[in-house]
Design a protein around this ligand. Structure first.
Ligand SMILES: [Cu+2]
Length: 457
């Protein structure tokens, strides 16, 4: 058995940290597979090495590897990519191997791992292996742990995947620009014992955010907080695939946050426990049931639940602006405003002016308003009952009986058993009582005109 010392001896250039590979070593660089699809790819069953239960990357894929003299070798290529954010919108991003985020890396606890990183960006870069235990010179902080990887060069990172758990990778060089452009990926180190913490379905995705003006394609990389596209693995609803689960499955979802704010992630219809954090698995006695868990900036969380109830369950960030797409966040609140006087004047100047918002913004979910090219509507998506009125960080967990073990295909909308859907009351409704004194205390009431049929209040 090779110990770590002899492993590093075989690593050649990597003994000095992540150094440029020699020309001789270049010939030995494994091929770098590339992905041209933005849809969820089936889990990649291990072709060799220690057995493990592969994960499913939401709207992503796992990078194939090769075994060379007992070392798992991967090849990541940092490069400009075009990513479909949702049907109807593409973005010019930077990513790895054809997509942003990059492919998920899957290894097993104790694996010796060698990662070739080729820089095809217009500026230098590095990769930091977020959360890993590794030699300091492999940690990827440009200038601190290694020289940055120059344009056109390939560097080698080499370490033993010591700790099983959930990790991320991203540049630590011109970080603000490179992460705002989409350079990031997921890393899973599976436990040596495949029976440990075994689940039936194991989904992974990153939380990321972009600021792309309606009608444009390239993120504004200097934005600090006011992003307008809130995405999971660089996809926005309705572009995020459903997480398809078989009824009765034990399900894990791992989430990493590489945005500039926290995201309270909320699952409908089921309670879950947080079984994993940045530092590894939580002790069973430390877990408590939740339906929402906050994933702070730079954190990873693994949640687990039993898929006990069939249906299409909403799964989303609970910040309501994070379940909207770019248009309309600057619109003033028009609820209760009588537009008519001003609308007449505006219509003389702008004949196509549309009065909206006086009853709320739900009209936005249904209307077909002309949008600039390459722009997603603010509230969108259509379900079996009509407009879903969502965007951004929203999708569904679809739980169905009778799926095959490895079936992740979208089963379509849930067919509700008769008598299990909320329904309209057709009997007499009691009149709402009005409390006159309280209204008086609030000062003079405003007279609001409602469209015909809604009465006058
Ligand atoms: Cu959020």
């Amino acid at each position: 058995m090779t110990n770590r010392r002899s492993f590093l001896k075989t690593a050649g250039a990597a003994m000095l940290g992540a150094a440029a590979v020699s020309r001789a070593a270049q010939g030995a660089v494994p091929e770098a597979p590339s992905m041209d699809k933005a849809t969820t790819q089936p889990p990649l069953a291990p072709a060799g090495g220690r057995p493990y239960n592969p994960v499913v990357t939401l709207n992503g894929w796992t990078l194939p590897w090769r075994m060379k003299n007992g070392v798992k070798e991967f090849h990541l290529v940092g490069e400009p990519v075009v990513r479909e954010i949702a049907p109807g919108m593409k973005a010019n991003l930077w990513g790895y191997n054809g997509q942003s985020p990059g492919p998920t890396i899957e290894v097993v606890e104790g694996d010796k791992v060698r990662l070739f990183v080729t820089n095809k960006l217009p500026e230098h870069t590095t990769i930091h292996w977020h959360g890993q235990r590794l030699p300091n010179g492999m940690d990827g902080v440009g200038g601190l742990n290694q020289p940055q990887i120059p344009v056109g060069k390939t560097f080698v990172y080499e370490f033993v995947a010591k700790r099983p758990g959930t990790f991320m990778y991203h540049p630590h060089a011109d970080e603000m620009t490179q992460m705002a452009m989409g350079m990031m990926g997921f890393w899973i180190t599976h436990p040596k014992n495949p029976a440990f913490m075994k689940v039936d379905r194991d989904f992974v995705f990153l939380l990321n955010a972009y600021d792309i003006d309606p009608g444009s394609y390239t993120p504004k990389t200097n934005t600090m907080l006011d992003f307008n596209l809130w995405t999971w693995n660089s996809r926005a609803f309705p572009g995020i695939d459903p997480l398809v689960c078989r009824l009765g499955d034990k399900v894990r979802i791992r989430i990493g946050n590489l945005t500039m704010t926290n995201h309270p992630i909320h699952l409908h219809g089921h309670e879950f426990v947080v079984t994993g954090t940045d530092g590894g698995w939580t002790a069973p006695g430390s877990r408590w049931p939740e339906v929402t868990t906050d994933v702070a900036v730079g954190q990873m969380r693994a949640i687990e639940f039993d898929a006990t109830d069939p249906g299409d369950w909403a799964f989303h960030c609970h910040k309501s602006h994070h379940t909207m797409n770019p248009m309309g966040h600057q619109v003033p609140n028009m609820i209760g405003i009588d537009h008519r006087g001003v609308a007449e004047k505006i219509l003389r100047l702008v004949p196509e002016y549309m009065v909206m918002g006086e009853r709320g913004m739900a009209d936005m979910g249904e209307m077909e308003m002309p949008l600039p090219d390459n722009t997603l509507p603010m509230m969108t998506g259509t379900g079996p009952f009509g407009a879903i009125e969502m965007g951004g960080m929203f999708t569904t967990v679809k739980i169905r009986a009778g799926l095959a073990r490895n079936d992740y295909k979208d089963p379509g909308w849930y067919k509700h058993p008769a008598g299990t859907v909320a329904y309209e009351w057709n009997g007499t409704a009691p009149l709402a009582e009005r409390v006159a004194p309280a209204a008086k205390q609030r000062g003079p009431t405003v007279s609001v005109r409602k469209p015909a049929g809604h009465g006058k209040h």
